[in-house]
Design a protein around this ligand. Sequence first.
Ligand code: SF4
Length: 240
Amino acid sequence: MSKLNLIELNNEYVKKSPEDIIRFVINEIGSSKIVLASSLSIEDQVLTDILLKNNPKARIFFLDTGRHFQNTYDLMAETMQRYNFNYEVYAPDSKDLEAAVSKYGPNFFYESVEQRKRCCEIRKVKPLKRVLSTVDGWICGLRRDQSATRQEIEIFEWDSSHSIYKINPLAFWTEDMVWEYIKKHNIPYSNLYKNGFPSIGCQPCTRAVRPGEDVRSGRWWWENPDKKECGLHIRLEDEV
Ligand code: SF4
């Protein structure tokens, strides 16, 4: 694969559709070396639909933290049936998890930001590193208007944490555009959205929000809004 010129690509693709972006990365990076990260959000469901329509054998992974809502697992099963495919599932290292829960108890992530990050490191960040070590690029459902920490994301980025490309085909989409696609293509989505959960993560770390509140405000609601990422999408300025 030749090196991608990110500035040129971002200028060229800013007005193009997610389908065009995904077709480009499949051709340029190769379908076995590109993977979609799915948490079963509405954005990830849109990208799953587009990706599998372009390549029924596309790689899509799910980080099974063991603490998701039952609703998320139900949607996962429904999506597998709908598209007749299998997710690549990555679970935490059992030794790490056993040691942490034995030492700190089952709810240690509520104790402090440090402990919350410890839990995310074990259940999400380390499994993510395992899957991303097998590819040259990953596709994510991030959008600029989701939160304070996502307002500067680009469609094509270099992920310096994992030394691979990161592609955000929905970077410039609004939430209304996502819902329009979901409805138009009759794509399955989580019932939790109807109950005030606009951003869905692990069950103990997600709560409903009131109309008008930041969509990410229900995630780790006890923490500073500017620092509410799980380590999967930390931007460079947060790393130094
Ligand atoms: Fe742990 Fe909560 Fe992070 Fe899930 S979101 S990995 S339960 S701290």
